[in-house]
Ligand binder design. Structure first.
Ligand code: GDP
Ligand code: IMO
Ligand code: MG
Length: 428
């Protein structure tokens, strides 16, 4: 029995969905603990490609129960779409999906305000899914929760109260068209019937399951460097993707967590605005973009690409307590003459290997690189870790040395089976 947390160790899109799916083969419950439909977690099984936004990535294993915890902000429209899509693919969620009654809902005004704020003076490059405004309302204690769907009078009065204020902001500050309160009330009352069968107290469910010796995998969305407290603020998301977020977002105690798995790309990407010390605006950046197909799974936006940043990853390993690392997309580095790792930052003649969350400082930092010989072989059909090119293995060892954590699995393609294990160390 184990409770493990799987976290994105960089700026998101590391390949969490693929790894959660692989791990879920031996897990009873997969539980999402934060974020919302800003996430896009891709799972490829044979020729089928699925992108999940809200439903945990363990859902493709029939024995696996999927939990959406209280820390997630749920867009009922996106959720229903996802449920319908999965059912159309023959994946039944009956009895296998549990949604926290305490989770907050994304309302139409959250999505509208997200897009209006982004058009203003200080854009973040958000996904436009209403995430920031929903967490804002949660903290301001005016959020509307899944439990509020049960009592239509409460639901209606909360929507009326909130919209009275939000419509003022929408029309007076942003000069946009006000939303129709009656339409929203009708729409959300209908969600009650649609979602009801899945709603439960997931904190009790999870704690009972842990007590009964079940294997639980907590699935993080986004990545540590997008964490609201520890990321590159303000260019972050509005929740806590780091492993500690799992305790709050699921209602399980820190002492219940046995280990933390960090997922990283063999290089770095970031989508949206904000500092990115190892970003490349050259032929190598183009290679990573094209070969890695680095376009957002949720918004289709082009992802910014750069070398692997060991300074950032060490920081992430520290914040999350990462005990093992899944290195994803190693195949994308094939064909490069050299591969680089950023081992320190330099600024004003000083060198540091401490990640900086002070934006001004981070923007003037120059990455210090260590260079390694590349490899030309296509590694996407390699079946055993030992058969990887020597230069690829040397790169993995160098990364391990810099971050101080073992790489316990290496992904060489998007499909479920394209995963290699060094073998001399437990995978997770
Ligand atoms: P997540 O948000 O962390 O789940 O990651 P995304 O699904 O947003 O982005 C990862 C992308 O890389 C997806 O398109 C995956 O199918 C793909 N992918 C995952 N692992 C590998 C890999 O090892 N090699 C390649 N080439 N693609 C991969
Ligand atoms: P997964 O789970 C990558 C980024 C956005 C933006 C910032 C804030 O697929 O790894 P938000 O919509 O959350 O208010 O946007 O965070 N972002 C992600 N980047 N992967 C994600 O999720 C992301 N979710 C949000 O691009 O920079
Ligand atoms: Mg993603």
């Amino acid at each position: 029995m184990a409770v493990r947390v799987l976290v994105g160790a960089q700026w998101g899109d590391e390949g969490k969905g693929k790894l959660v799916d692989i791990l879920s083969k031996d897990v009873d419950i997969v539980a999402r603990y934060q974020g919302g439909a800003n996430a896009g977690h891709t799972i490829e099984i044979g020729d089928q490609k699925y992108v999940l936004h809200l439903i945990p990535s363990g859902i493709f294993h029939e024995h696996c129960v999927a939990v959406i915890g209280n820390g997630v902000v749920i867009d009922p429209v996106a959720l229903m779409e996802e449920i319908r899509f999965l059912e159309s693919q023959g994946i039944s969620l009956k009895g296998r999906l549990k949604i926290s009654h305490n989770a907050h809902m994304i309302m139409p005004y959250h999505k509208l305000l997200d897009s209006l704020v982004e058009k203003g003076l200080a854009p973040i490059g958000t996904t436009g899914r209403g995430i920031g405004p929903a967490y804002y309302d949660k903290a301001a204690r005016v959020g509307i929760r899944i439990v509020d769907l049960l009592d239509h009078d409460i639901l209606e009065s909360r929507i009326r109260r909130n919209l009275e204020e939000k419509n003022q902001i929408i029309s007076k500050i942003y000069d946009a068209e006000e939303l129709d309160v009656e339409k929203i009330i009708d729409e959300y009352k209908r969600f009650d019937e649609l979602i009801d069968e899945y709603v439960t107290d997931t904190a009790f469910y999870l704690n009972d399951a842990i007590r009964d010796g079940k294997d639980v995998l907590c699935e993080g969305a986004q990545g540590a460097l997008l964490d609201i407290d520890h990321g590159t603020y303000p260019y972050v998301t509005s929740s806590s993707p780091i492993s500690g977020g799992a305790t709050i977002g699921l209602g399980i105690a820190p002492t219940a967590i046995d280990s933390v798995i960090g997922v990283m790309k063999a290089y770095t990407t970031r989508v949206g605005l904000g500092p990115f010390p190892t970003e490349l605006d050259d032929a190598v950046g183009e290679h990573l973009l094209v070969k890695g197909q680095e376009y957002g799974s949720t918004t289709g936006r082009r992802r910014r690409c750069g070398w692997f940043d060991a300074v950032a990853m060490r920081y992430s390993a520290m914040l999350n307590g990462i005990g093992s690392v899944g290195m994803m997309k190693l195949d994308v580095l094939s064909g490069l003459e050299e591969v680089r790792v950023c081992t320190a930052y330099e600024y004003e003649g000083r060198r540091t290997n401490h990640f900086q969350t002070n934006l001004r400082r981070l923007e003037i930092m120059h990455p210090v690189y260590e260079s390694f010989p590349g490899w030309q072989e296509d590694i996407s059909s390699v079946l055993s870790f030992d058969d990887l090119p020597e230069n690829a293995k040397a790169y993995i060892t160098a990364v391990e040395d810099y971050i101080g954590v073992r790489v316990t699995c290496v992904s060489v393609g998007p499909e479920r089976s394209q995963i290699l294990f060094p073998g001399d160390v437990p995978a997770w």
